[in-house]
Design a protein around this ligand. Structure first.
Ligand code: E4P
Length: 217
């Protein structure tokens, strides 16, 4: 499973990218607003750090305006994936932009039917939002499994980009289901290294190192 980091914070992207933990980046208007930077400028900087797909989201609601914005975003760098919302207009924009050779990430997906339409429109990525479904007492992971089954049934090449990830459990469950990509905040990716038994085991080893005076350097 590929890891995308869901942020527009340069320091976080650099840290994970240096460790080989980042296969791409996703941003959205909320994350851009949080960075306090101009969307074109910050997206350009992210694309200069990460060689994989960098999602930048359109702001318009009408297809023709989304297409114009998408064309401008696509000019930033060859690894831009234009993010469009899963609306009828978004699907139109997806079709036009993918036909032009631009990667498109269709976002705000909350149902298997929406994912089916995005695949038919040629989306490079479909972004089902796990956490926001969990927030309303639905099971976001069930949606990932349903989309995996549907795409495999018909050989759709659209990649499932599991989004709105809130926990390390979401990450491992997405990997078990077979999501192609998971996008998560840097804090979630880093938390995957944590285990209470690792901490406990380390404490025991440290006590024995001190007791026995073990030295390597
Ligand atoms: C990524 O593409 C999405 O915009 C993001 O994962 C949404 O996450 P949230 O539901 O935590 O805002």
């Amino acid at each position: 499973m590929k890891f995308f980091v869901d942020t527009a914070e340069i320091d976080q992207i650099k840290e994970l990218n240096d460790l080989g933990m980042v296969d791409g980046v996703t941003t959205n208007p909320t994350l851009i607003a949080k960075s306090g930077r101009d969307i074109i400028e910050v997206t350009k900087e992210i694309c200069s750090i990460v060689s994989g797909p960098v999602s930048a989201e359109v702001t318009a609601l009408k297809a023709d305006e989304m297409i114009a914005e998408g064309r401008k975003l696509a000019k930033i760098a060859p690894n831009i994936a234009v993010k469009v919302p899963l609306t009828w207009d978004g699907l139109k924009a997806c079709k036009t932009l993918t036909d032009e050779g631009t990667m498109v990430n269709v976002t705000l997906c909350f149902s298997a039917n929406q994912a089916l339409l995005a695949a038919k429109a040629g989306a490079t990525f479909i972004s089902p939002f796990i956490g926001r479904l969990d927030d309303i007492n639905l099971d976001g992971l069930d949606l990932i499994a349903d989309i995996r089954q549907i795409y495999d049934n018909y050989g759709f090449e659209t990649q499932i980009l599991a989004a709105s990830i809130r926990s390390v459990n979401h990450m491992s469950e997405c990997a078990k289901i077979g999501a192609d990509v998971a996008t998560a905040p840097a804090s979630v990716i880093k938390s995957m290294a944590n285990h209470v038994l690792t901490d406990k085991g380390l404490q025991g080893f440290l006590a024995d190192i001190q007791k026995a005076g073990i030295k390597i350097l």
